[in-house]
Design a protein around this ligand. Structure first.
Ligand code: 9D3
Length: 225
């Protein structure tokens, strides 16, 4: 997969991309992630990429020109057309299903914004879909883009060391994970449940299922509906 990210803050992506799974996936050639700075496509001497909203109101709006020029430059860097995603509080909520869907694509082009939003002609003109990562206010689209990159890339074949771990994740079966323990058997007086030490794999699987259900009911009843 190739992922292009258009952003005013490419340096924000450095640490996340240097982390273990994303780093390994890139080194293994599972994914190619290319960052392009929208500001490089500003046309005036001040490198201006935002302007006041027509009709008035607070804040600034991302100008169509620099984003369009940046997009058209990036689009030509590879043959594949790509699915265009605008990170926006107005978008559809990102979830594991959307991550799985995006992981099927050959190319993603993610556009993160700053300021109060994008000139509407960016969305309509580029035919972009909008994605939000949740109902809270971020300072910009960069962290949202990183969340999407991380969630998508770990689903790509060869990205994880253990091929089975992605499909075992919470949400993949619609339930939260069961409680996990590792050594020591007793920690500060708190003991590992006997059943996990019993060696009875049938009973262990049943216990885990029951715990997962119990937890989901208590913590996230919305997932059971
Ligand atoms: C006053 C209205 N605000 C919308 C809720 C303005 C506004 C705030 C923050 C507009 C853009 C932003 C920056 N956020 C994003 O670009 C963003 C975002 C988010 O804030 N929450 C969840 N997902 C996303 S994806 C992009």
């Amino acid at each position: 997969m190739r992922i292009d990210v258009l952003t005013l803050f490419p340096e924000m992506f450095e640490s996340p991309l240097a982390g273990s799974i994303l780093k390994r996936a890139r080194e293994a050639g599972v994914v190619d992630i290319v960052l392009t700075n929208i500001r490089d496509f500003a046309t005036d001497n001040y490198k201006k990429v935002d302007d006041k909203p027509y009709g008035g109101g607070a804040g600034m709006v991302m100008m169509a020109g620099p984003v369009f020029d940046c997009f058209e430059y990036v689009e030509k860097l590879a043959d594949e057309k790509g699915r265009v995603v605008l990170l926006s509080p107005q978008g559809q909520r990102f979830d594991q299903r959307k991550a799985a869907e995006l992981s099927e694509e050959k190319r993603l082009i993610l556009i993160s914004g700053r300021y109060e939003g994008f000139d509407e002609r960016i969305r309509t003109g580029l035919g972009a879909e909008q994605i939000s990562i949740g109902d809270y206010v971020l300072s910009g689209g960069e962290l949202a883009a990183m969340v999407i990159v991380d969630a998508v890339v770990r689903l790509l074949a060869g990205a994880l060391g253990d091929e089975d771990s992605a499909k075992d994740d919470s949400f993949s079966d619609g339930l939260l994970e069961y409680p996990q323990y590792t050594r020591p058997e007793v920690f500060r007086g708190m003991k590992v449940p006997d059943i996990l030490l019993s060696g009875d794999h049938g009973k262990i699987a049943a216990w885990r299922r029951e715990q997962a259900l119990e937890r989901t009911k208590k913590q996230r009843p919305d997932l059971l509906k």
